[in-house]
Write a protein that binds this ligand. Sequence first.
Ligand SMILES: *Cc1c(COP(=O)(O)O)cnc(C)c1O
Length: 379
Amino acid sequence: MQENSKIRRNILLNPGPATTTDTVKLAQVVPDICPREREFASMMKKMREDLVRIVHGDLNKYTSVLFCGSGTLNIDVCINSLLPEEKKVLIINNGAYSARAAEICEYYHLPYIDLQFPADQLPDLKTVERTLRENPDIALVHTTHNETGTGILNPIREIGGLVHKYGAVFTVDTTSTYAMRPIDIEKDNIDFCMASAQKGLMAMTGLSFIIGNTEIIRKSAAYPKRSYYCNLYLQYDFFETTGEMHFTPPVQTIYAARQALDEYFAEGEEAKWQRHLSVFEAIHEGLERLGFRDAIRRELQAGLVVSVKYPDDENWDFEKIHDYCYERGFTIYPGKMSAQNTFRLCALGAITADDIKAFFVVLEEALRKHHVRIPVQYL
Ligand SMILES: *Cc1c(COP(=O)(O)O)cnc(C)c1O
């Protein structure tokens, strides 16, 4: 997958930014251009359409809106822009990324219900339905597709069906599935999904985008404006009337994303997903060989993030293992579960199962060097 270039290739097993191809890295090196030029606007127009195509959206019904910022900005924008006055948000929360949506409601002083479920379990659909039934003022429901903090895959199609039955709008944080695990925006009952370029697209940080129902965006023109910079309708309207981002776009990042989109379509949705799955399988094989245990039942995992329990070994020190691997070009990442100590290995990015095999050689060396018993021990 990688060319013979002089850029050192690091294997990022963190949940984004992901390992990129050199062609995407180098696509940032372009002649200086003012982004108000027609050439740039036409590139963004095509990009907005391609982003909708990735989730198989009908361009007559769905659009995409670009923003300059990291992925969390999308959650902020959806929640602050899509809630009518006097209405309530429901957050279906079984992990750290959905919890972020609850914090956003808190910061905007929006009425919300934080419907919490254990981080290692799926949301209970009966409870979701009862909550919707008992609270007819819920107008916006938000959850996370692949809860990146644990790697759990939430049943968005089923949740979306309930949301629509009760007449609410469904926003789904697909940041860690978009352009990896296939999504069909309409069949999956999603009104709005979102991602940033540095994850599934395997491009650079700094560009995020929301893909969603054009009619709902137009309707939201009449909703309270709670942010000046981060309003979905205002940004959409600016794109539609001028072809440009309201404020300065991340120019070079957009060139890289253009290249990444070309590479996405060249690799193909299914082939790319199978590659990520093969990386995921290789991660599990390597972990099992060393005796590591998952924090989440395997059948609940989305196929992209593995949360691994810390072994019960007095010599286990995540930082030291991280540093040993990092010095050899492999990045591992801490966990995000409050109830137990975990670390994460992710299958994002321009990597293959062979990279994972090479990683496990280094991880085993790291464990031996620091006298962690192999197979690793659990009490
Ligand atoms: C990465 C990610 C985000 C965005 O995080 P940033 O740090 O803002 O880039 C949001 N939601 C999910 C599910 C993610 O995986």
